[in-house]
Design a protein around this ligand. Structure first.
Ligand code: SAM
Length: 276
């Protein structure tokens, strides 16, 4: 069978290599290199600037863990915001919460939305839902213009390079605090402890200087660098480790469970040390 091997270098000296059957679309957008490829093992896969963003086979881990941990932590999330997330996976999970009345997505690159809808329909399919408002724009600016508006904010961005570099700054986290309601909370993907420990340490430091409750949790994502992925939560009032059992309602998931909600915060020693 034709095809080629795509390698994502995760450090200068280590990477993963993926058998690609064919390229479905490739272009240099206004913001990044966008590749949509069909892979042998992981289904259709979105790459941005040569980095794996999401794949049909393992996408559920990340999207469930970004959405359900904060949304079950908040007692009644009604108005939520997703920064980035143009593939639509986090929005799909957000809409499983009946309390959510409005979900706003702010994605800087409209091409990500366009080609996710075309080649990742089971991930992007809910972006047309009546509760969803999609805005193509810079999430940093949207946050700067928001005040006392959201119950939960989820930052589903690319790595801190290119258009996402501002989304890992203390100023952005201060803006998130302003954009949240008085008992709001946010989560941001915070990369991996193996190759980017300093990033996690810095994010934890910055967020904990702004939010009274700051926590780190992890999940296994096989197509992401090292396979161990981290998420940082900053909360004004509600603690993700203090969620009453009755808060959890039945929901169709493939990774997230009520038990895992708490277990995800049980960190290996070398990871826990990054939160000190
Ligand atoms: N799950 C992926 C990960 O963990 O790396 C991220 C998925 S999603 C495709 C990341 C999105 O963030 C991209 O579509 C990118 O265009 C968007 N993005 C980057 N910087 C942004 C910004 N400043 N405002 C809004 N969206 C941004």
């Amino acid at each position: 069978m034709s095809g080629f091997w795509f390698t994502e270098k995760q450090t200068e000296n280590f990477g993963i290599t993926i058998k690609v059957n064919k390229t479905l679309h490739t272009e240099q957008t206004e913001f990044q290199k966008l590749d949509m490829v069909e892979t042998e093992e992981w289904g259709n896969m979105l790459l941005l600037d040569g980095m794996v963003m999401t794949s049909q086979v393992d996408e559920f881990v990340y999207h469930e863990m970004v959405a359900h941990v904060p949304l079950f932590t908040h007692p009644n999330p009604e108005n939520v915001l997703v920064v980035g997330g143009g593939d639509g996976g986090v929005i799909r999970e957000v809409l499983k919460h009946p309390s959510v009345k409005k979900a706003t997505l702010v994605e800087i690159d409209g091409k990500v939305i366009e080609y996710s809808k075309k080649y990742l329909p089971e991930i992007a399919g809910d972006l047309e839902d009546a509760r969803v408002e999609v805005k193509v724009g810079d999430g940093f600016l949207h946050i700067a213009e928001s005040e006392n508006e959201y119950d939960v904010i989820m930052v589903d961005s690319t790595e801190p390079v290119g258009p996402a570099v501002n989304l890992f700054t203390k100023g952005f986290y201060a803006g998130i605090s302003k954009a949240l309601k008085e008992d709001g909370l946010f989560v941001a993907q915070s990369d991996n402890p193996w190759f980017t420990p300093d990033l996690i340490r810095n994010v934890q430091r910055d967020v904990s200087e702004i939010f009274p409750i700051t926590r780190l949790y992890i999940a296994n994502i096989p197509t992401y660098p090292s396979g161990m992925w981290s998420f940082t939560i900053g909360s004004k009032k509600h603690d993700p480790l203090e969620v009453a059992d009755e808060r959890f309602h039945e929901m169709e998931t493939k990774y997230y469970t009520k038990e895992l909600h708490k277990a995800a915060f049980a960190l290996p020693k070398f990871v826990k040390d990054l939160t000190k």
